[in-house]
Each structure stands twice: as structure tokens, then as C-alpha cells.
Design a binder for this molecule. Structure first.
Ligand code: GLN
Length: 380
């Protein structure tokens, strides 16, 4: 096969959303809420488009947004970030990840990744010339393991990429896992890119711990966040990168050649939204947790085994009790014959070693979830 095609396959999200559209299926595949998002934030963007400046904003982001981001993380995660030197705005978290990988990998550098891995990571690492060392995490707990880390890290390791909370497993790395990873990063002098886009969407009283806050990690972590996730406005593509000045400068040099900047009206609206009070964030978590419970209870009542979801918009269904060990075939059949789109988890394991789970997005109105449950009733 043409090496470009092999390296840059069509993402599972495009594939499943395409099938859902074509077949008129209920799309519980690609993760996005069906709710329109906070009206005041959207209104703010509309007003900024009509009455504000629509020319190139500064490459690093609007100063007001950079200040709002620093204030937001000071309040929610007790981080002390200098908005002028340690915060940059990007066109979505995926751009932030791409900028960080392009900036920090020299050809031949080893990069430690964990599977399940978000499908953008590996093609970007490889295109940047990195050599991926993939550590598979095992369901249902998806915890880090000291022996596996010891095998993956070496003198050649330059970077590690962690997603916390973890999509698609809907698990959270707590202090113990993070401390273990931090010990490897400090021992091997490795920079960590921590994709924390789900940081606000954690349930049952869990608290997100930023990797950057672990001892020894402040100056070696590139933290990535997403306004699309914080406000349920996934199409806005406004992301943030936070890192110590020397690290951020290098990432900014890559960002300037990728998108250079991000629509100013959206930046203004995000700056406004980030200052929302705690009630907004607790309310959002409570609504998502209620949707999670609605879908999980409905699935269990219809004979499915559901894995616990501690964060993100997702939950996983174990297909093994249904005698299935081919999630791709299962999801293909599900969308074609039953009209529900899901994501096969093997898409997140480059060696397809885990093939008995499917991910469903519960960030939908109850009646949509109910219709999906009706369609699933005859499956299990
Ligand atoms: N983050 C979204 C998900 O996991 C997908 C984003 C995309 O479509 N590329 O569903």
C-alpha cells in the first residue's frame, strides 16, 4: 500500500459518522453532545463576530484568553501559570498535540504511548519521525504498570504522551499512576505531553489531578486542554497548551506554522466562559453523569455488560459475554442492521489486541438514548 495511506488511515470517527449519516442511524459513535451548548457563550461569540475585530489575533492567543486560562487553572487545579509565558491558544487540542509532537520529536527519538490511544497520536508521532513504544493497558482497569513502563522507557526516550481521563476507556489515572509515570519521566529526563481535554468531565466526586502538579513534572509537562470539551462546543476547535516558558516557546514555533492562530471571536467567547462559576461545572458533570446512568441502566436491563465510566462522554460495553471477539464486525452490523453507530475499541489499539469492547457516547438527550436502547433491545 502507498505508505501515506498506511500511515494516515481514515479515522474511525469519520468512518462511523459517515455510516450513521448514510444509514440514518443514531450516532453514539463520535463523541459530541447533541445539546447546543451554553447560550451566553455562543451569544458572546456572535457579538464578537458582529462588533469585534475579525483580523488575525496574536499568534499565542488573545491576551485576555491567556489570562482567563491561567485564572481558570489556578481556580480549578491550583496551578500557577504565567499567562504571558506559559499559556498558548491553539485551534483545538488536536492541533496542540500536533504542534507539541512536531516541535519536540527529532527523527529517531522514542516516544512512549499507551494503548488504548487516541487515533491521532500515532500517525503524528510517526510523521514527525518518532519511534513509538506502545504500552498496552488492560481492561477493565487500564492502570499503569511499573514493569511495562520499565520495558518501554530507555535512554532513547524523549517523550511520553498520556491522555487523562482516558478516552475511550472512560477511566482516570489517579495520583498513584501519575506518580509512577512521573518517576520514569524524571529518571529518564523525559517530557510528558498530557492531553487532559476531559479534565472537567469526571464523575462520582472524582477530582482531576494534572500531571504537571506532580513533583518533578512542572517544567517537563506540556498540558493540553480543550474549550470544545469544557463547553460541549466540539466544532469550535479552541484548545490550549500550558508549559514552562522554554518548553512552550518550542511548541509555539511549531504552532505558528500549523494554524498560526485561532478565530478571535471564539477566543473571546471562551475567555468569557472560562470564568463561569463552579455551579456551571458541577451542573455539567451532574447532567453527563445522569445521561451515563440512563444509558448504563438501560443497557444492563437489556442484557449488556457495561464497564464503569469514571469520566469522558463515553461508556464501554463488553462484547465477550455475547460471544463476540470482533468489535469491528459487531459495530458494522450494529449500524447497518440495528441503526446505532458505536466505536470499536480495537481502533485505539494499533495491534488490535483488545477486540471485545465497544464505546458508546452518552452525551445525548434521554429520548435519543431511549430510541437507541430500543434498537439495541434485540441485540444482546
Ligand atoms: N474526540 C472525539 C471522540 O473521541 C472525536 C474527535 C474526532 O472526530 N476527530 O469521539
Amino acid at each position: 500500500m502507498n505508505p501515506v495511506l498506511a500511515d494516515l488511515p481514515t479515522t474511525i470517527f469519520t468512518v462511523m459518522s459517515g455510516l450513521a449519516r448514510e444509514l440514518g442511524a443514531i450516532n453514539l459513535g463520535q463523541g459530541f453532545p447533541d445539546d447546543p451548548g451554553p447560550e451566553d457563550v455562543r451569544r458572546r461569540a456572535a457579538e464578537a463576530i458582529l462588533h469585534g475585530d475579525n483580523q488575525y489575533p496574536p499568534m499565542m492567543g488573545l491576551p485576555g484568553l491567556r489570562r482567563a486560562i491561567a485564572a481558570h487553572y489556578a481556580h480549578h487545579q491550583e496551578l500557577d501559570l504565567d499567562p504571558a509565558a506559559e499559556v498558548m491558544v491553539t485551534s483545538g487540542a488536536t492541533e496542540a498535540i500536533a504542534a507539541a509532537l512536531l516541535a519536540l520529536i527529532a527523527p529517531g527519538d522514542e516516544v512512549v504511548l499507551f494503548a488504548p490511544l487516541y487515533d491521532a497520536y500515532l500517525p503524528l508521532v510517526r510523521r514527525a519521525g518518532g519511534v513509538a513504544r506502545i504500552v498496552p493497558l488492560q481492561p477493565p482497569h487500564f492502570r499503569l504498570d511499573a514493569d511495562a513502563l520499565a520495558e518501554a522507557f530507555s535512554d532513547r526516550t524523549k517523550l511520553v504522551v498520556l491522555n487523562n481521563p482516558l478516552n475511550p476507556s472512560a477511566t482516570i489515572f489517579g495520583r498513584e499512576d501519575l506518580a509512577l509515570l512521573a518517576s520514569f519521566c524524571t529518571r529518564h529526563d523525559v517530557v510528558a505531553i498530557c492531553d487532559e481535554v476531559w479534565e472537567h468531565i469526571v464523575f462520582d466526586g472524582a477530582r482531576h489531578i494534572p500531571l504537571m502538579a506532580l513533583p518533578g513534572m512542572r517544567d517537563r509537562t506540556v498540558k493540553i486542554g480543550s474549550a470544545g470539551k469544557i463547553f460541549g462546543l466540539t466544532g469550535w476547535k479552541v484548545g490550549f497548551v500550558m508549559a514552562a516558558p522554554a518548553l512552550l516557546r518550542v511548541v509555539a514555533n511549531a504552532h505558528q506554522f500549523l494554524t498560526f492562530t485561532t478565530p478571535p471571536a471564539l477566543q473571546e467567547a471562551v475567555a468569557y466562559g472560562l470564568a463561569k462559576d463552579d455551579a456551571y461545572f458541577t451542573g455539567m458533570r451532574a447532567r453527563f453523569a445522569a445521561s451515563r446512568d440512563h444509558l448504563a441502566t438501560g443497557l444492563a436491563a437489556r442484557g449488556f455488560r457495561v464497564l464503569p465510566s469514571h469520566g469522558t462522554y463515553f461508556l464501554n460495553v463488553d462484547l465477550a459475554p455475547l460471544g463476540c471477539n470482533d468489535d469491528v464486525a459487531f459495530c458494522d452490523d450494529l449500524v447497518r442492521r440495528h441503526g446505532v453507530a458505536a466505536i470499536p475499541i480495537s481502533a485505539f489499539y494499533p495491534d488490535a489486541s483488545v477486540r471485545h469492547l465497544m464505546r458508546l457516547c452518552f452525551a445525548k438527550a434521554d429520548d435519543v438514548l431511549d430510541r437507541a436502547l430500543d434498537r439495541l433491545a434485540t441485540v444482546a
